[in-house]
Ligand binder design. Structure first.
Ligand code: CA
Length: 225
């Protein structure tokens, strides 16, 4: 069974979440501070981390960055802040999914199953090649004409999502849902901003596209130039 690390400073919540997950057969470790949590990420190598963002010792986004520097473990953030801007920032910082407090054990388990499914699916080492673009999703590496591209986590995810659907127009709504795990509504700027960063790294612009083509009012597609 999968092992879960719960990082939560409120002892009541920590205990009840850990108990519920253990009852459902998960192997659970828990920590009450960010620092103790980081230590357990290395020593206990959990399959999923559930991270409370309101910790006494470290800011949630800061902790995510530190965690990402040492591990690729899927992270579900638990937050009382349900505003979209901070969610986008956290998902960009490396969170895989989130639950908004107060959440039920069933809700959390559904998210755990989903991230476990996704991380199991990542194992298929299928190299994607489109023109001079070469992407290795499992190694998280992309090259353009043999030169490695330096992409952020979300830029890479966006590129893979589009590259796995060459020539197919993908809507911003779908990108938000599938790449960012966010509902649609006002956040389409997020997609635009990441698309423009990705374009720049591919050495092209919206005015003279090569790989990335915007279809006005519909979405975007990746094609062989
Ligand atoms: Ca807290």
């Amino acid at each position: 069974m999968a092992s879960i690390l719960v990082i939560e400073d409120d002892p009541r919540i920590r205990r009840s979440v850990a108990e519920r997950l253990a009852e459902h057969g998960y192997d659970v470790e828990s920590a009450g501070t960010g620092i103790a949590g980081l230590e357990l990420v290395t020593s206990a190598t959990p399959d999923v981390v559930v991270l409370d963002l309101g910790l006494p010792d470290l800011d949630g986004a800061e902790l995510l960055h530190m965690l990402r520097a040492i591990s690729d473990v899927p992270v579900i953030v638990a937050t009382a802040r349900d505003e979209e801007a901070s969610m986008v920032r956290l998902l960009d910082a490396g969170a895989d999914d989130y639950v908004v407090k107060p959440y039920s054990a069933a809700q959390l388990e559904a998210r755990i199953r989903a991230v476990l499914r996704r991380s199991a699916g990542d194992e298929g080492p299928t190299l994607v090649t489109i023109g001079g673009l070469e992407i290795d999703p499992s190694a998280r590496e992309a090259k353009l004409q043999g030169v490695p591209l330096s992409l952020s986590r979300k830029e890479f995810d966006l590129l893979v999502y589009l590259a796995e659907r060459p020539g197919q127009v993908v809507s911003k709504r779908e990108l938000l849902a599938e790449v960012w795990r966010l509902p649609y509504g006002g956040a389409d700027k997020t997609v635009d901003v990441h698309l423009s960063w990705l374009r720049k790294k591919l050495g092209e612009s919206a005015a003279s596209p090569r790989y990335l083509h915007t279809v006005r009012g519909v979405g975007v597609k990746l094609v062989e130039p």
